[in-house]
Design a protein around this ligand. Structure first.
Ligand SMILES: Cc1cc2nc3c(=O)[nH]c(=O)nc-3n(C[C@H](O)[C@H](O)[C@H](O)COP(=O)(O)O)c2cc1C
Length: 175
């Protein structure tokens, strides 16, 4: 089954960390990457195209750089544009995605300590995504995060990419 990866990076051309993560996914079979900002530079998501993409997902990966402790806006808009009509107007179709494993993967400029004691943990910051997964009857996976990315050299980013692939492959498939 297809692993659908929604990449939401507002400036992917300038990306080091998210580019390295994506480059690590060499052995994920049937990987379908949708680079949302490239597909929809005007910010207008084609809900029918993205609905069909979601419906063929056996697992869903949401990858993005953390921006103001949240997803970049186009990924939030994807929820509004795709999930709202699917789950409220077509509940029978939406039900076919029940059990879909969903993995959120992020990169942060802040060091690990910012997301441990004294800071909010990544899984706490992702509470809205987790609530969305729960609402959709999806199978929320422990998030994957790479911190302090500006201070990681190419070798460290490459190792992060390999670790990312292991986490993606370990996530179950629907069905
Ligand atoms: C608008 C904006 C907001 C950001 N907010 C955060 C933040 O809340 N926490 C954090 O740790 N890093 C933050 N960063 C740093 C990014 O997470 C970091 O630049 C990104 O993960 C690098 O990934 P890339 O090499 O793929 O671009 C922010 C960066 C930008 C441009």
């Amino acid at each position: 089954m297809t692993t659908v990866l929604l990449l939401a990076h507002p400036d992917f051309a300038a990306s080091r960390a998210n580019r390295a993560l994506l480059a690590g996914l060499t052995d994920v079979p049937e990987l379908e990457v949708a680079e949302l900002y490239a597909l929809y530079p005007d910010g207008k998501i084609d809900a029918a195209v993205e609905r069909a993409r979601l419906l063929r997902a056996g697992r869903l990966v949401l990858q993005f750089p953390l921006q103001w402790y949240a997803t970049p806006p186009l990924l939030k808009y994807w929820q509004d544009a795709v999930l709202t009509p699917l789950f409220y107007l077509e509940p029978d179709v939406a039900a076919s995605t029940a059990g879909l494993p969903v993995l959120a993967a992020t990169t942060t400029g802040g060091p690990p300590a910012s997301y441990q004691q004294g800071g909010m943990r990544i899984d706490e910051l992702f509470a809205p995504l987790k609530a969305t997964a729960r609402k959709c009857s999806w199978l929320w996976q422990a998030p994957f995060a790479v911190h302090d990315v500006r201070n990681l050299d190419d070798a460290a980013l490459s190792r992060a990419g390999a670790a990312y692939q292991s986490v993606v492959l370990a996530a179950p498939m629907l069905g």
